[in-house]
Write a new protein. Structure first.
Length: 369
């Protein structure tokens, strides 16, 4: 098994990963690649048998690895104070290896969703809420998609695709779900999970088409075979059937699901810490895109939801999902489809920073109307 550890700056995290992997899996073929010589040296001292430095080393070794380990910033162009180049981020995102940084999205988040559906009481209000949540989620993406088509017409197809993707898709999985849990409890996760499922359907069709510059082929299997959608598809029958499972199953699921919020906040904080602050505020188009994502689309949906009779916890959950900042996977998909990953990273970073102010205002407005 080929394990690739990637780190930059001082190499502190990479050093700890190399030491832990060497002790736990001595049979693994471990390679350490640093974005600078200091990081590489730190990982060599921790016990890495093979090591290299620089962009080309990342690109070449990512193709050979079975598992890639590193900080979340290695998949974001210009992260780690600019040490992660677009070519590095693209190579890691496009690699066939399993990325341990996907732990939250592929394991913790789906288990949290399934556990919430399993333990949510079956009531007519909850059934009605699920149906309304699907309608609200599709309506939000429809409104955002239409507004996106009216904007950025004079940009190139590739650049236009990044702006439209960033404007339409919110950070519903990593940010909205844990915030909804904190604000309204398990019902928040229950309804936001539906939003995430709709997000995945739209993102893997229209979103991929836009961010690839209208060149990507749509893989219909990914509409269903992705962690968020699969979790909802598994959770819905469990909600309707209400099986009584033993605590030996429920308790571990609860413990793993409880990791969702702290892990999501750690990733969110790391993302902001790795942002290029100068470039983030350099383009006027970024401000416009953030305004649309954080204010115009959410406020439109608050009014529409209210007029359609959506109230209570469902309204709050949908507004939290609709008002979240640009999805962090904007940069990852931009890199995957040879688009401007740096622009995607700047969009996500700027809107994430501004959302600290805008989200409480929009959610408070929804709570008082």
């Amino acid at each position: 098994m080929n394990v690739l550890v990637i780190d930059g700056q001082g190499g502190g995290l990479g050093r700890q990963l190399v030491a832990a992997i060497s002790a736990a899996c001595p049979e693994a073929r471990l390679t350490a690649v640093g974005t600078n010589s200091l990081a590489t040296s730190a990982m060599l001292k921790a016990g890495a048998a093979r090591a290299a430095t620089g962009e080309n080393a990342v690109v070449v070794n990512a193709r050979r690895a079975d598992i890639i380990v590193g900080p979340i910033g290695i998949v974001i162009a210009d992260a780690l104070l600019g040490e992660i180049t677009p070519a590095m981020a693209a190579a890691i995102c496009q690699a066939d290896a399993k990325r341990v940084i996907d732990l939250l999205f592929n394991i913790v988040l789906p288990i949290a969703i399934i556990y919430t559906f399993m333990t949510m009481a079956y009531t007519p209000d909850h059934v009605r809420g699920i149906l309304l949540a699907f309608v609200c989620a599709f309506a939000t993406h429809l409104v955002g998609g239409v507004l996106g088509q009216l904007c950025f017409r004079h940009r190139s197809p590739m650049e236009r695709g990044v702006y439209r993707y960033g404007m339409l898709f919110s950070n519903a999985s990593f940010l909205a779900l844990p915030l909804a849990l904190a604000v309204i409890g398990a019902e928040g996760v229950f309804y936001c999970s539906v939003y995430v499922a709709v997000f995945n359907v739209v993102a893997f069709t229209y979103g991929i088409y836009e961010i690839s510059g209208h060149t990507a082929k749509i893989d219909l299997r990914r509409l269903v075979l992705n962690p968020g959608s699969m979790a909802v598809l598994i959770g819905l029958p469990l909600f309707f059937l209400q099986p009584r499972l033993p605590q030996v199953i429920l308790r571990p699921m609860e413990m793993v699901g409880n990791c969702n919020s702290p892990l999501a906040m750690m990733i969110f904080g790391t993302f902001l810490a790795n942002a290029d602050w100068k470039r983030m505020f350099a383009k006027k188009e970024l401000y416009f895109c953030s305004l649309m994502r954080l204010a115009v689309i959410p406020l439109c949906m608050v009014g529409l939801f209210y007029l359609c009779g959506v109230r209570g916890d469902l309204l709050i959950a949908m507004v939290i999902s609709a008002s979240a900042p640009t999805a962090t996977n904007t940069a990852m998909y931009a890199a995957k489809y040879d688009n401007d990953a740096a622009l995607g990273s700047e969009l996500a970073a700027q809107s994430s920073l501004f959302s600290i102010v805008t989200m409480p205002v929009v959610v408070a407005l929804a709570a008082v109307i």
